[in-house]
Design a protein around this ligand. Sequence first.
Ligand code: OGA
Ligand code: NI
Length: 322
Amino acid sequence: MQEIPVIDLSSLGNRQEARATAVGQIADACRNWGFFQVVNHGIPEHQIEKVWEVTADFFRLEMAEKRKISRSRDNAWGYFDRELTKNARDQKEIFDFAKPPSQGLPDSAGNRWPAGLADFRTVLEQYFKNCERLSARILQGFSLGLDLPADRLAGYFGADHTSFMRLNHYPLVDPLAGGEVDEAPPLGDMALHHHTDAGALTVLLQDDVGGLQVERSGEWIDIAPRKGALVINIGDMSQVWSNDRYRAALHRVRPVLGRARYSIPFFYNPGYDSLIQPLETMVGDGAKYAPFTWGEFRKKRADGDFADYGTEVQIRDYRKPE
Ligand code: OGA
Ligand code: NI
């Protein structure tokens, strides 16, 4: 049985030799899998337990309560129950929120919080901060793994980075109960259809149900839940920076019979104005992508999420002709 690598992060950021092991493992995992799990990642277990509690509390709310904070065309944050991937509806409901505003600034991100859930916002905002920190460390591993200085990629993630967090609930029954199902696009055969994540990297917390799979050499490989571990995967932007040395792997969630599932991805995304292109040291045989801004790519992706039909933009559309 093949399994994605499990990497101990306790040495990352420590002594040079110790760090080299973790960096080598990260670089190999990024090349061969685009996915790995991390342990000793520094996010406390008790915080993760709180995150699970508030997540369950939220999805248990009455539908009418959740819909009060529904996503809209002009504000992507909040609750949503008809997400599309690959033009088929995924059987899930989600809650998205963006980076909390920096101190003293208004909540410009437009985050919407449910009324009456005491700890929901504070718990999630704290976990968000820890995911930011962890992502920055892993990004240093990506840079070092490409023989670049540790901070080579940090500049894309200043105060204006556009990371966001998503709570996923894959319920046993279609959340669009009754008549509404008729107006909605048809459900596909997957809980979440195959896709790559668009940003730099994703930190995923999954529960113990299973169903997450990564594609490798044409096969779908299960990513077994591992207590205390977080799943990390490469996004399209890291694939571009590395000029295809690192791969943004396709992944999906197959339905698991008889069990509802929860997962919480944190998408680590650059600032909208960041100009993305293969790094200078990676283009010996020619750059495989022409430069583009993250904002432009992200917007085209998001348009695909809202449209019922049409093709969603993919990173391969930005590849230069061979
Ligand atoms: C995603 C994703 C995986 C999961 O939301 O992009 O890949 O386990 N989720 O739910
Ligand atoms: Ni994903």
